[in-house]
Design a protein around this ligand. Structure first.
Ligand SMILES: [Zn+2]
Length: 158
């Protein structure tokens, strides 16, 4: 069995990292101000995703896998490029907290405090981040994210 694909995403592509996490992929960020040489050392087997062309070339020379993303490309185009290059598919069973990169836990909404009754009524299951405690459910925001992901997959012809 091959190990799952993991990513290291540069600061300019925070949105991309958030989507990768929601799709179930480990997408790490450098701490702000981390030098490129330090990032290269921290990469391990992670795929680097960056909008810095020179940095990407440098990584490639060091035999690291890199995906270069144009900042001005549409978000769908950015995601589609990643789909094409890696062949990844969303794995929502392992969705991660967009902020913490930690796999969310599925919980029955009626067992939790701090959720509005209207949410409990509509959603039997919610997803809790074990690190920051944030609670997610498959509402409007979820639907909009998954629809963008589907559009990107169509664009990548997966
Ligand atoms: Zn979290």
């Amino acid at each position: 069995m091959t190990s799952p694909i993991r990513f290291f995403v540069d600061e300019m592509l925070f949105d991309v990292a958030k989507y990768l996490r929601v799709m179930g992929y480990d997408a790490r960020f450098p701490k702000p101000g981390t030098r490129d040489s330090v990032i290269l050392r921290q990469l391990d087997s992670r795929i680097l995703i960056t909008s810095d062309r020179e940095f990407c070339q440098r990584a490639t020379r060091k035999k690291k896998e890199c995906i270069y993303i144009e900042v001005q490309d549409s978000f769908i185009k950015k995601l589609a490029k990643i789909f094409r290059r890696t062949g990844i598919r969303p794995n929502y069973k392992e969705s991660r907290c967009p902020h913490c990169n930690v796999i969310l836990k599925r919980r029955r909404s009626d067992t939790l405090r701090g959720i509005e009754p209207i949410i409990k009524e509509e959603f039997q299951w919610v997803y809790v981040c074990p690190k920051c405690g944030h609670i997610y459910w498959k509402g409007k925001q979820w639907r909009s994210m998954t629809s963008r992901i589907r559009r990107a997959m169509r664009k990548a012809r997966l």
